[in-house]
Design a protein around this ligand. Structure first.
Ligand code: G1P
Length: 291
C-alpha cells in the first residue's frame, strides 16, 4: 500500500520578473487572488489533500510569506478588542492547528530542481508533494492535488500533472512523451525541459503539481545544470524513469499561469465570479460592463 503523503514543498524563492513592477517589493506569491494571497490558495490545496507539513523553499527577502502564516497577536488583540469575532477567526484559522510550517532558504537561484533539493532535510525519506503556486488550478470540487493523490494511492508511484498546450508554447514547459501501462493508465516515457516546438516529443506539458517517491532526492543531488543553466527538476524526473514508473495525471480543471499578468487577471476574474459573497454582484457587474 502507498504510504500517506504528509508533506508538501512549495518552491517560492523566484524573483517574479514577469509581474514587475508589482513584484519589485512584494513577493509574487503574496499577490492577492480576490481575498487571499496566491500562496494561501496553494497551501489550502495541500491541506485539502490531507497534508499537514508545509515546507516553503524561500529567499532571504521573502519574510512576508512566513509572516502571513504566523500568528499576529497584536492584530488578534485589536480585533478582539473591537469585537470583530468573525475577522478574528478568519486570521486565526489561516492554517489548522495541526499544520506545521518549515522555511528553508534557497541561497542561490539555481533552479527548480535545486529548490526542491533544498527541502531534503525536512522531507526526509518520505514520499512528498510539490506545488508550484504560480500554477493555479481551479476545479469546483476535486483539487488538482487530490486528483494526483488518488492516482498515487492507486499506483504507489510518482505522479506528475500534465495538460495539453499549443505547440508554440511547448518551450515554456517540461514536455513528456507518454507510454501506456498494460491497463491503459498513462505513464511517462521521457521528459524534456523547455524543448523547441520542432524538437518537442508531444504537446503534453508538465503542470506544477507533483508527487514523488523518496527516490527523487538522491537523483536531484547528482543532477547537473540543464536548460537555462539551472538544475532542473525535469532532469531528475528523467533519471527517475530509469528506476521507477512515473504516472501522468491529466487533471480536470482549469489552470491559470499566475506568474504572468494575463493569467493572474484571468484567475482573479474566475475566482471572483465563484466567490461566496461577491460572486453574484461581480457577475452582474461584468455582464453589464461587456454589454
Ligand atoms: C517549471 C518546470 C517545468 C513545468 C513548469 C510548470 O518551469 O521546470 O517543467 O512545465 O514549471 O509551470 P518554470 O515555470 O519554473 O519555468
Amino acid at each position: 500500500m502507498a504510504s500517506t503523503i504528509n508533506k508538501a514543498v512549495f518552491p517560492v524563492a523566484g524573483l517574479g520578473t514577469r509581474t514587475l513592477p508589482a513584484t519589485k517589493v512584494l513577493a509574487k506569491e503574496m499577490l492577492p487572488l480576490v481575498d487571499r494571497p496566491i500562496i494561501q490558495h496553494a497551501v489550502e490545496e495541500a491541506l485539502s489533500a490531507g497534508i499537514r507539513e508545509l515546507i516553503f523553499v524561500t529567499a532571504k527577502n521573502k519574510q512576508i510569506i512566513r509572516d502571513h502564516f504566523q500568528a499576529d497577536p497584536k492584530l488578534e488583540r485589536e480585533l478582539a478588542r473591537r469585537g470583530k469575532q468573525e475577522l478574528l477567526e478568519l486570521v486565526q484559522n489561516i492554517l489548522p492547528r495541526d499544520a506545521v510550517c518549515h522555511y528553508v532558504i534557497q541561497r542561490r537561484p539555481l533552479g527548480l530542481g535545486h529548490a526542491v533539493l533544498c527541502a531534503r532535510s525536512k522531507v526526509g525519506s518520505e514520499p512528498f508533494a510539490v506545488i508550484l503556486p504560480d500554477d493555479l488550478v481551479c476545479h469546483p470540487d476535486t483539487t488538482c492535488l487530490q486528483q494526483l493523490m488518488a492516482l498515487y494511492q492507486d499506483r504507489n508511484a510518482s505522479v506528475v500533472a500534465v495538460e495539453n498546450v499549443a505547440r508554440e508554447q511547448v518551450s515554456r514547459y517540461g514536455i513528456v512523451e507518454t507510454a501506456q501501462a498494460p491497463d491503459g493508465a498513462l505513464k511517462m516515457k521521457s521528459v524534456v525541459e523547455k524543448p523547441s516546438p520542432d524538437a518537442a516529443p508531444s504537446t503534453l506539458a508538465v503542470v506544477g503539481r507533483y508527487i514523488f517517491t523518496p527516490a527523487i532526492m538522491p537523483l536531484l543531488k547528482t543532477t547537473r545544470r540543464g536548460a537555462g543553466n539551472e538544475i532542473q527538476l525535469t532532469d531528475a524526473i528523467a533519471a527517475l524513469l530509469g528506476q521507477e514508473d512515473v504516472y501522468l495525471c491529466e487533471f480536470q480543471g482549469r489552470r491559470y499561469d499566475c506568474g504572468s499578468i494575463l493569467g493572474y487577471m484571468q484567475a482573479n476574474v474566475d475566482y471572483a465570479l465563484r466567490h461566496e459573497t461577491i460572486g453574484a454582484e461581480f457577475r452582474s457587474y461584468i455582464t453589464n460592463l461587456l454589454k
